[in-house]
Design a protein around this ligand. Sequence first.
Ligand SMILES: *[C@@H]1O[C@H](CO)[C@@H](O)[C@H](O)[C@H]1NC(C)=O
Ligand SMILES: *[C@@H]1O[C@H](CO)[C@@H](O)[C@H](O)[C@H]1NC(C)=O
Ligand SMILES: *[C@@H]1O[C@H](CO)[C@@H](O)[C@H](O)[C@H]1NC(C)=O
Ligand SMILES: *[C@@H]1O[C@H](CO)[C@@H](O)[C@H](O)[C@H]1NC(C)=O
Ligand SMILES: *[C@@H]1O[C@H](CO)[C@@H](O)[C@H](O)[C@H]1NC(C)=O
Ligand SMILES: *[C@@H]1O[C@H](CO)[C@@H](O)[C@H](O)[C@H]1NC(C)=O
Ligand SMILES: *[C@@H]1O[C@H](CO)[C@@H](O)[C@H](O)[C@H]1NC(C)=O
Ligand SMILES: *[C@@H]1O[C@H](CO)[C@@H](O)[C@H](O)[C@H]1NC(C)=O
Ligand SMILES: *[C@@H]1O[C@H](CO)[C@@H](O)[C@H](O)[C@H]1NC(C)=O
Length: 609
Amino acid sequence: MCMGTPIHQRLRWGTLYLMAAGAMFTSGMRWECPTSCCCIVERLEVNCSAAQVPTVPEGLPQEAKLLNLTHNSIKTLLRHQFHMFTQLLELDLSDNLVGAIDVEAFVGLRSLMTLRLSRNHLKIVPVGAFAGLTNLQFLDISRNEILVFLDFTFRDLAKLQFMNVTDNELVFIAHQAFSGLNSLQELHLDAGNLTAVPTEAFAQLNVLRSLHLLRIGITTLHNYAFCHLSQLKDLVISKCPRLEMLSANSLFGLNLTSLTIQFCNLTAVPYVPLRHLVYLVFLDLSYNPITYIHGNLLGDLLRLHELRLIGCSLKHIEFGAFSGLVHFKSLNVSTNLLTTLEAGVFHSLDSLNILGLDNNPLTCDCRLLWMAKKQHFMDFGGNPPTCTTSVQLQSWTFLDLSELELQSLLTCRRSRITNRKPQQMRVDQGHTVVFYCNAEGEPLPSVTWLNPQLKPLSPIGRIRALSNGTLEVRFAQPQDSGIYLCMASNAAGNDSLPFSLHVKAFPPSSKIPFRLKGWSLIPSAPPDITGNHKHPFDIKTLLIAATIGFLSFFSSVSICFLFMLFWSKSRGQIKHTATIAYVPRSAVTNSNAVMSNRQETSRFTMKLM
Ligand SMILES: *[C@@H]1O[C@H](CO)[C@@H](O)[C@H](O)[C@H]1NC(C)=O
Ligand SMILES: *[C@@H]1O[C@H](CO)[C@@H](O)[C@H](O)[C@H]1NC(C)=O
Ligand SMILES: *[C@@H]1O[C@H](CO)[C@@H](O)[C@H](O)[C@H]1NC(C)=O
Ligand SMILES: *[C@@H]1O[C@H](CO)[C@@H](O)[C@H](O)[C@H]1NC(C)=O
Ligand SMILES: *[C@@H]1O[C@H](CO)[C@@H](O)[C@H](O)[C@H]1NC(C)=O
Ligand SMILES: *[C@@H]1O[C@H](CO)[C@@H](O)[C@H](O)[C@H]1NC(C)=O
Ligand SMILES: *[C@@H]1O[C@H](CO)[C@@H](O)[C@H](O)[C@H]1NC(C)=O
Ligand SMILES: *[C@@H]1O[C@H](CO)[C@@H](O)[C@H](O)[C@H]1NC(C)=O
Ligand SMILES: *[C@@H]1O[C@H](CO)[C@@H](O)[C@H](O)[C@H]1NC(C)=O
């Protein structure tokens, strides 16, 4: 039966068979096609796909170059099963029920270049199973149930260049498992059930150029994980929802040109692990929950051409994020949460010519003007960006409007500090001072503070610039005195306002007897109130408190004296103990049990000294 082949091909096979029969007779070769298969003679192909055979059929033509045995129910591959197919180039055994391969099952297939065993039920590959496959270049054992690779499993495959092992359940790869794979250039491996990257096993793959690791079940990529793969150019780590971090030296020893880490759980760009990859051209970190690209941290990637961060949760790309990347020409940050993309993030706009920015909630303002100017030199991948905040530009794309029109629509308003009055504050040492600096503009300006030495202040420390624009000086010291500068800046311009602080040191002899250093319950006055602060406790309060304290001390002392007086008067008839008896309240109301031991519980004996 040869359902898939036109009738004339079958006739031709027949003719050829008849013609060849004489010539072949002497060499003892059989030229026949089993009824369950279909032989395509001009291509020397034997198609036994879906032939419903439980074993490899008998009497297959030995000259075949391709043997297709897919979609059958073959369970075992026996020893020397294929020994007569010395010409075979490709053997396809995908979609069978193969659960066991005998040692030396493929012996004789000395021309075989491609072996497909995908979608079978292999749990283990015995050492020696691939013996004799001296010319094999391509091996697909994906979608099986392989649990372990033992030492020397692939030792006979010296010419193997490509191996696909995805969709297996590997829990262990022996250190010497890949020993002998001296030509392997590309490996696809499912690492879902491994507890670590098989670093030792990879060390055998000395010419590997491309490694695809899927479903790594680990949370952190450990240091030196790939340290022996010096020839590796392309590393893909994909679909590892638990992978959150790359250790600083995890990519040590690699000299990659292309790196992809996608569909993982990275929350930040792994700046430090990447730093030494100076030959990196392509970087893809798509589908990770990365929120920021920070400024000036990727500059070491001198040769980077392309960066993809599609479908992350990017909120902001900082100024100078791509500074130093002189060859950078393609950025795809499609499907993120970016409100803008400023020209200042790039090293230079000259090299940039591919930009994916669609599916971002962009704000329509002057920060996007550079894109309007470059729109005719830019490839937006068929999806030009749209901005969402302007009524006129609702769902607008760059291609719809001219540059001139855009210039009047994409506008900004210069930042301006609203509380313009000169600000002065005089406080005593130890107080907390708060300066408010409110700014407006479009886009909303960022507020920074400079100290009297004109150094920017950070959000931490005793003197800190809070994120809402407020400056806070806690436990003010005399040396904090000086002019503080509030700077408001946005894309349209800057504004600044000086604030002066004078901290008065403690007077040498203070009239107030005690004072809690740095104690302040009442926050310092709002900016429009200038001048001296009230003390946290006024004098009256302190006097009352001191009086109450003194009174209670005085009464205790006098009671003591009174007691001593009585005692000295009764000298001679000294009683060294005083017994005070009382009836506990509970005894009146409670049961007999309490009553019975009242004698003990209701009596205190005090010994007088
Ligand atoms: C091989 O045979 C199967 C089943 O008869 C058929 O569906 C398929 O198209 C054939 N393939 C080729 C390449 O002829
Ligand atoms: C074998 O046949 C199946 C079914 O026609 C086909 O899908 C598969 O690609 C064939 N294999 C090769 C190596 O041609
Ligand atoms: C590897 O095998 C898997 C599963 O069969 C398949 O989806 C994938 O395309 C293969 N990869 C390559 C590069 O052939
Ligand atoms: C391998 O991992 C998958 C899920 O990731 C799990 O279903 C399977 O049981 C694991 N296999 C082994 C042998 O641990
Ligand atoms: C991804 O990371 C977050 C914390 O960063 C964690 O809450 C979440 O469970 C992680 N996801 C997976 C699938 O491990
Ligand atoms: C790193 O790779 C580049 C090309 O990808 C090559 O020119 C360079 O010599 C390699 N460096 C080392 C140290 O192997
Ligand atoms: C960016 O990636 C998205 C998603 O893969 C794609 O649709 C779009 O065409 C890409 N943009 C560019 C400019 O390549
Ligand atoms: C800024 O935040 C601080 C604490 O987070 C708060 O005390 C202060 O009142 C805030 N200032 C303004 C102007 O909202
Ligand atoms: C605003 O200030 C920043 C530094 O904070 C400076 O780089 C920028 O050029 C200034 N912009 C304008 C319009 O003055």
